[in-house]
Ligand binder design. Structure first.
Ligand SMILES: *[C@@H]1O[C@H](CO)[C@@H](O)[C@H](O)[C@H]1NC(C)=O
Ligand SMILES: *[C@@H]1O[C@H](CO)[C@@H](O)[C@H](O)[C@H]1NC(C)=O
Ligand SMILES: *[C@@H]1O[C@H](CO)[C@@H](O)[C@H](O)[C@H]1NC(C)=O
Ligand SMILES: *[C@@H]1O[C@H](CO)[C@@H](O)[C@H](O)[C@H]1NC(C)=O
Ligand SMILES: *[C@@H]1O[C@H](CO)[C@@H](O)[C@H](O)[C@H]1NC(C)=O
Ligand SMILES: *[C@@H]1O[C@H](CO)[C@@H](O)[C@H](O)[C@H]1NC(C)=O
Ligand SMILES: *[C@@H]1O[C@H](CO)[C@@H](O)[C@H](O)[C@H]1NC(C)=O
Ligand SMILES: *[C@@H]1O[C@H](CO)[C@@H](O)[C@H](O)[C@H]1NC(C)=O
Ligand SMILES: *[C@@H]1O[C@H](CO)[C@@H](O)[C@H](O)[C@H]1NC(C)=O
Ligand SMILES: *[C@@H]1O[C@H](CO)[C@@H](O)[C@H](O)[C@H]1NC(C)=O
Ligand SMILES: *[C@@H]1O[C@H](CO)[C@@H](O)[C@H](O)[C@H]1NC(C)=O
Ligand SMILES: *[C@@H]1O[C@H](CO)[C@@H](O)[C@H](O)[C@H]1NC(C)=O
Length: 836
């Protein structure tokens, strides 16, 4: 166990690069009173180094030392009678070693008891991993300077508290924004599993109990003997943290990898093949959690190839896993391409259409894994109606910590308020309370299995997710998987104190911006239930509303010159609302009772339709986009106000993201309002849209070496036109005379930062350089970069307090690089207090 101690201590002294996440155990400025709370010794009631109880002892020792600066001894055998010991162990072992315990309520599987009264700390678990959970809970209190005496038991709401990695075996990660995989490289498991161990520690601290390590779009070569041995090495690293591993499988493996001539789930040779593979895996990983299956979905092979049902497909794996106690997580994300010409075609209908008739046909160890909404991780969706249609099937909810459609960790978006809106939704099955969280936890329909899973996609970046602030989502995910009633703001504040310390100003600022982040993002992306309005055909990052329509993917908006929205009513639309139990269906069926924030999800209306708020749809779009982008500007200024209170490394990292977000929120704002203004021809009553008095279009400047370029989609350039250098070895200059009154301005420049080149730009006023930058966002931002001038690459940089005189000459010199032709869109000179 030398290795473990060494690594743990390395983590503790490391720079603030994010590696320790919320487990930093920063030293507390410790008064006498707090010193008196330092336990004199630690007893961890298991001497086996791979035991989670042993790990709990080590974690305690490290944590206490880091917080108090004093090393405390750990023993494993005897129950110390000293009044200030901390004893951690299973309830059973405690009874054997220390004697009877009174007043402890019954603990469920994975539950624990924590008692810190009278300086006699006891953390007792129903099993070994829950001892570790309780230990992290205790350390979390201390690290927050919380010395209150507590005695309580806590139990999880559900047994499944998993994370999914979408890691490919070549080391890339689908929808991963924190660097390459910590698990795979070159088709195999990596040799050095240091990061896997650090990840295990973070996950265990929030009580996640299994990790599916490879992409749901699975590669069958995971099943080579070498890779199964690699999986076993990974499992060995996770096991001391009480975490099991699982794998995603490719349905066609018997044919593509096993050499059979079929993968028909009812074929005897296929059944044998999967049993054999499963036995091989359990030989190496005796406690493997199970399989995650994406079948007959988005081009993945599945049982439908052989006219078999999805239940036949799921049960194939269930039978192979059953002797070993493993479970099948079978994804409900099954849909076909559709034709938008059919008014009643609707992808949102697919999951219920495929799965409802199979209810009761799945084996007991199958869990249907359901995305929170019926489409795909959009900024706002109603709860998936499938939760109300599977009464005899175990279910789990699928969330995304990775921000696929939600700013890709380059925008701040604290997700629990979004998730909890789904968890707390009452589906009214049989006219009885049927909260989504009570369905997936198994409580509502008396299912033994059930729970949560989240796509996490951490990478090798020391920030894990690509952004320090995004880690609040991983932390809160674990907390909510344990207890979905946990409070969004309370969890957030625990995370802030653990991550950034106890300063109240820091606490308040990060709380405010995090709690505003989802409403702000929804405001400047897609409103009223129309979905995120990102580019669904390319990177899922920047704006491109037209990409939603006129293709078979079914994420449609049905926007035309007069009207917008999906008519999902039974009476005249796709019938989707009828997939909900009657009480809910009648709310959504009726435009009067549909909440504004889901209006366009359920109804197709004119832009001039009045919302309950009294505004028209189109005016709400305009107002929300301006308000959302305004909110994003405040994130930057709030963060800047914390400069002296946050270490430089993390301050600068987050600062760059907020600078970027402040600019990109304006890109979003303008793209969406211009798009719908263009489509509808309806003016903004506040006269902001298409009215930018402080803008100078690059194409209106005197150009030398630059030429105009028509940007597509048009709304991602101001006036649809940008400029680019005439070749990739021509330096371009764009010059203009300032016509604005003399004064002090902020100078904003909108440009495009493409993948595949790092252009340089320099801005001069009367030949004096006032700003310069490089187009290297692909190196420091997490989102998927673009090779085009579009809403993903559109970027804004801001130079503050530039003194300008009327008649001054403003010149920008752009030096292209690679495929990036130093593109420019426009310049704004903004008087104090104006952001446009
Ligand atoms: C100690 O831990 C090992 C490894 O987890 C486990 O097999 C063993 O049962 C534990 N012993 C006790 C007494 O709990
Ligand atoms: C201290 O922690 C306990 C247990 O989590 C909690 O109930 C209590 O509210 C916390 N006290 C403060 C002041 O945060
Ligand atoms: C699966 O992995 C193998 C080995 O790394 C690789 O050669 C192959 O291209 C991968 N297949 C797919 C579909 O990614
Ligand atoms: C799997 O099949 C192979 C080849 O048929 C055989 O050698 C091996 O013993 C089987 N393994 C298990 C665990 O059944
Ligand atoms: C598929 O199965 C269904 C029901 O089992 C049957 O009615 C149908 O004819 C089958 N189709 C084909 C192409 O085999
Ligand atoms: C969609 O349906 C329309 C009308 O039925 C038809 O004209 C068109 O070809 C179809 N498009 C596709 C891609 O099938
Ligand atoms: C489904 O559940 C209902 C209510 O619990 C029960 O009456 C019915 O027999 C079950 N059906 C199947 C196919 O399991
Ligand atoms: C009913 O649906 C048709 C398309 O089939 C659509 O054109 C019409 O506007 C809808 N009517 C109402 C009242 O929503
Ligand atoms: C979002 O937009 C609405 C409507 O314009 C506004 O009332 C609200 O304050 C905005 N919220 C944020 C956080 O931007
Ligand atoms: C919409 O954009 C097109 C192409 O850029 C343009 O021809 C048209 O005039 C615009 N319409 C409105 C109402 O702005
Ligand atoms: C982490 O990512 C940032 C950009 O997001 C990059 O600057 C840094 O080099 C990366 N660090 C590591 C260790 O990958
Ligand atoms: C210009 O682009 C070509 C083709 O993409 C490339 O081969 C060349 O290296 C580029 N030149 C510069 C100066 O970046």
């Amino acid at each position: 166990m030398r290795v473990l101690l060494f690594l743990a201590s390395l983590g503790l002294v490391a720079a603030e690069n994010g590696l320790d996440g919320w487990l930093r155990y920063a030293p507390l400025p410790c008064s006498q009173q707090c010193k008196s709370k330092l336990p004199a010794n630690i007893v961890a009631l298991n001497a086996t180094e791979t035991s989670p109880v042993y790990v709990a002892g080590t974690e305690l020792q490290q944590g206490l030392e880091s917080i108090y600066g004093t090393k405390t001894g750990v023993s494993h055998d005897k129950c110390k009678s000293s009044s200030s010991s901390v004893v951690v162990g299973t309830l059973e072992q405690y009874r054997k070693t220390c004697g009877a315990v009174k007043d402890i309520p019954d603990l469920e599987e994975d539950g624990f008891w924590i008692d810190t009264r009278n300086n006699r700390i006891r953390i007792l678990g129903s099993n070994e991993k829950s001892v570790l959970y309780g230990t992290f809970e205790y350390l979390s209190m201390l690290a927050q300077g919380n010395f209150s005496e507590v005695a309580y038991a806590t139990n999880p709401v559900a047994p499944i508290r998993w994370v999914n990695q979408w890691d490919n075996m070549d080391g890339s990660i689908e929808r991963g924004y924190g660097g390459p995989s910590i698990f795979f490289k070159n088709g195999a498991i990596v040799d050095d599993l240091t990061r896997v161990k650090q990840y295990a520690r973070l996950l265990a601290s929030v009580r996640v109990n299994a990790v599916v390590i490879n992409n749901v779009n699975a590669n069958a070569t995971l099943l080579t003997p070498t890779n199964i041995k690699g999986l076993a090495r990974v499992a060995d690293v996770f096991r001391p943290y009480g975490i099991q591993v699982g794998v995603s499988l490719n349905f066609a493996s018997p044919q593509t990898f096993g050499g059979l001539d079929t993968y028909d789930p009812l074929d005897a040779s296929v059944i044998n093949w999967w049993s054999n593979i499963t036995d091989q895996i359990y030989d190496e990983v005796p406690d493997m959690a199970g399989y995650l299956i994406k079948a007959s979905s988005e081009g993945q092979p599945g049982p439908e190839t052989y006219n078999r049902t999805l239940a036949d497909g799921a049960n194939l794996f269930a039978h192979a896993l059953e002797p070993h106690g493993g479970i099948v997580m079978f994804r409900a994300f099954v849909y076909n391409q559709l034709n938008e010409s059919n008014w009643d075609a609707d992808r949102a209908n697919a999951a219920v259409n495929f799965f409802k008739e199979l209810d009761g046909k799945f084996e007991e160890n199958v869990v249907v894994q359901i995305k929170y909404g019926p489409i795909d991780f959009q900024v706002r969706e109603p709860a998936s109606p499938l939760f109300a249609n599977l009464l005899n099937t175990s279910t789990a909810i699928e969330l995304q910590v990775t921000q696929e459609y939600l700013g890709q960790q380059s925008h701040l978006l604290y997700l629990p308020p979004l998730w909890k809106g789904i968890f707390d939704f009452d589906l009214r099955v049989d006219e009885k309370p049927s909260l989504v969280r009570d369905v997936y936890s198994g409580k509502r329909f008396n299912r033994k299995l059930g729970g949560s899973t989240a796509v996490v996609n951490v990478g090798t970046n020391t920030t894990w997710l690509g952004s320090h602030l995004a880690m609040s989502n991983l932390y809160a995910y674990g907390r909510l998987a344990w207890d979905p009633t946990d409070d969004s703001e309370g969890m957030l504040q625990d995370w802030i104190r653990l991550t950034f310390g106890l300063d109240k100003t820091v606490l308040n600022a990060i709380t405010k911006m995090s709690m505003e982040s989802w409403p702000a993002y929804e405001n400047y992306s897609g409103n009223l239930g129309i979905q995120t309005l990102t580019d669904i055909l390319y990177t899922h990052f920047g704006p491109n509303p037209a990409s939603q329509d006129n293709n078979g993917w079914g994420q449609w908006t049905r926007a035309d010159h007069t009207s917008i929205g999906m008519d999902r009513t039974v009476s005249n639309g796709t019938g989707f609302s009828g997939q909900y139990p009657s009480e809910v269906a009648s709310v959504y069926e009726n435009i009067e009772t549909t909440p504004d924030n889901l209006l366009l999800w359920f109804h197709h209306v004119d832009y001039t339709h009045r919302l309950h708020s009294g505004k028209t749809v189109i005016q709400h779009f305009y107002d929300a986009h301006y308000d959302g982008a305004d909110t994003a500007q405040t994130f930057l200024t709030q963060w800047e106000s914390l400069k002296s209170k946050i270490d430089k490394e993390r301050y600068e990292h987050v600062l760059r993201r907020f600078e970027y977000q402040a600019g990109h929120s304006i890109v979003w704002r303008d793209a969406i309002v211009d798009f719908y203004h263009n489509l509808s021809g309806i003016a903004d009553t506040s006269k902001r849209v298409d009215h930018h008095p402080w803008r100078i279009e690059a194409e209106s400047m005197y150009l030398d070496g630059y030429e105009t370029y028509t940007v597509s989609p048009f709304e991602t350039a101001s006036g649809a036109i940008a400029i680019v250098t005439s070749s990739n070895d021509t330096v371009g200059t764009a010059t203009t005379k300032i016509k604005f009154p003399s004064g002090t301005y902020d100078l904003a420049v909108n440009y495009y930062d493409l993948y595949g080149g790092q252009s340089q730009w320099k801005v001069y006023l009367n030949n004096k350089k006032v700003g310069e930058w490089i187009g290297n966002a692909e190196d420091y931002l997490s989102h998927t970069p673009s090779i085009y001038l579009d809403g993903h690459s559109a970027t804004r940089i801001n130079f503050r307090d530039i003194k300008v005189k009327k008649g001054d000459t403003l010149k920008i010199v752009g030096t292209p690089d690679g495929v990036e032709p130093a593109p420019l869109d426009y310049i704004s000179l903004l008087p104090k207090g104006i952001v446009d």
